[in-house]
Design a protein around this ligand. Structure first.
Ligand code: PLP
Length: 439
């Protein structure tokens, strides 16, 4: 019997079934070991932006691995792909105000890096009382204890509590479930007022940073009202609180721009990246910072390592080579334009699906190529909270892979998706709902 312990996996139920083994992939399709084809409507886990099987990324990795598979980046040593990637990113992220990049292995580590940078930044500037972090309810920032502490999906946290003590959480706007005026479908700014109150109550002199996903992805693709992200950025700026934009999902094209921050018109103090930076061809995380942060660390007197933080694989040459090849594809094919063009079509089709089965589907929405719809059952056969999983399983049986957040089905297809693919995804959703709830 297999002994692989899977991530976020209920091993008891998985071991009771035959394993679902993905064998190979091409374009927007993945194939299991039996040769069944699935349209991947989730780009794996929100990340295979350029699609599967891109030979130029594979060749770039191969060439780099033959030349130098790895060497340490500690203490002043570098490898060429990491230098080139840093330069490339800083150039592309200059409209966001970023001037330097710290590499790690994944999104959790990129967030961890940002949190630690924030604390040390204020210490260097002689404001060591600024240590707290503000996170938001329903947010996802990763699994390491720091990243988990600022995250806000309760189910992920409970088993590991107590988490970092100096973290406060604030509500995030949700047009379908307003935390302040349940039932209202328009936003009157309650979350901004709550955040302002929280900052005042805690005292800005005790707060190091606030972290926010431009769109909460894993929480169920919760799309904020148009002005909200900018208002958060304004509040942070006004109170000298560093703003960390977690761009792990929204970076590199998904919302129709290089970053979600640019999409919403903000310039944060730090940005965290992973996932789409390599489209998953290699693991890589990156934390980008503004000139103010970079210069603050550069000016530390003495010759010790100023930021005592780093991973064995920081700036891994094969991962950086994969990122450079991946980003070159995104740029050459202008894949962010896909999110602008196909994203509205995804939204329209989700809305049509809702109109087809209003008794079973609600809360359709999409921004760029991030979409969502709520399953609301309508039968006693399955418990609420499991409707989403039912639909996910039925869609997979019919050849389409999606993810769920409770009863919300989420969509995040590769950026190379076409309108025809969207038609297949949505008709499979509609047929699956009909098969389960209205047989
Ligand atoms: N931040 C966000 C917004 C994410 O969605 C994720 C993962 O889904 C992470 C951070 C953590 O990334 P990783 O799983 O690579 O550690």
């Amino acid at each position: 019997m297999a002994r692989r312990w899977g991530p976020y996996t209920n091993m008891k139920s998985v071991l009771a079934q035959e394993p679902f083994v993905i064998d190979h992939a091409e374009g927007v399709y993945v194939y299991d070991e039996k040769g069944h084809r699935y349209l991947d409507a989730h780009a794996g886990l929100w990340l295979v932006n350029v699609g599967y099987g891109r030979q130029e990324i594979i060749e770039a990795m191969h060439t780099q691995a033959q030349k130098l598979a790895w060497f340490s980046s500690f203490g002043g040593i570098a490898n060429r792909p990491s230098l080139d990637l840093a330069e490339y990113l800083v150039e592309r992220l200059s409209p966001d105000g970023m001037v330097a990049v710290f590499f790690s292995n994944d999104g959790s580590e990129a967030v961890e890096t940002a949190l630690k940078l924030s604390r040390q930044y204020w210490k260097i500037r002689g404001r060591g009382t600024k240590t707290k972090f503000i996170g938001r309810e329903k947010s996802y920032h990763g699994v390491t204890l720091g990243a988990l502490s600022v995250a806000g999906i309760s189910a992920n946290r409970t088993a590991f509590e107590p988490l970092l003590a100096d973290v406060r959480h604030t509500a995030a706007p949700d047009v379908f479930h307003c935390p302040h005026h349940p039932g209202d479908s328009f936003c009157t700014g309650g979350c901004i007022r709550e955040l302002e109150r929280l900052i005042g109550f805690e005292n800005p002199d005790t707060i190091a940073a606030m972290i926010l996903e431009p769109i909460q992805a894993a929480g169920g693709v919760i799309i904020p009202p148009p002005d909200y992200v900018r208002q958060v950025a304004d509040l942070c700026r006004r109170h000298d609180i560093l703003l960390i934009a977690d761009e792990v999902v929204t970076g590199f094209g998904r919302l129709g721009d290089w970053t979600g921050s640019r999409h919403y018109g903000i310039r944060p103090d730090m940005m965290t990246f992973a996932k789409g930076i390599t489209s998953g061809y290699m693991p890589l995380g990156a934390t980008a910072v503004t000139r103010e942060i970079w210069e603050t660390f550069r000016q530390v007197p003495g010759d010790g390592p100023e930021f005592r933080h780093g991973n064995t694989y920081s700036g891994h040459p094969v991962a950086c080579a994969a990122a450079l090849a991946n980003l070159a594809i995104i740029e050459r094919e202008q894949l962010w334009l896909q999110a602008r063009e196909i994203g509205p079509y995804l939204r329209k089709k989700l809305q049509e699906a809702e109109n087809t089965w209003p008794q079973y589907l609600s809360e359709a929405g999409a921004e760029g190529l991030l979409g969502r719809i709520r399953i609301q059952g309508g039968t006693d056969a399955v418990e609420p909270g499991y409707w989403g999983l039912q639909v996910q399983a039925e869609m997979r049986r019919r050849g389409v892979i999606v993810r769920v957040a409770g009863d919300v089905v989420t969509f995040s297809p590769p950026l190379i998706v076409t309108a025809d693919h969207i038609d297949v995804i949505i008709s499979t959703l509609v047929d699956s709902v009909a098969a389960i709830f209205a047989p």
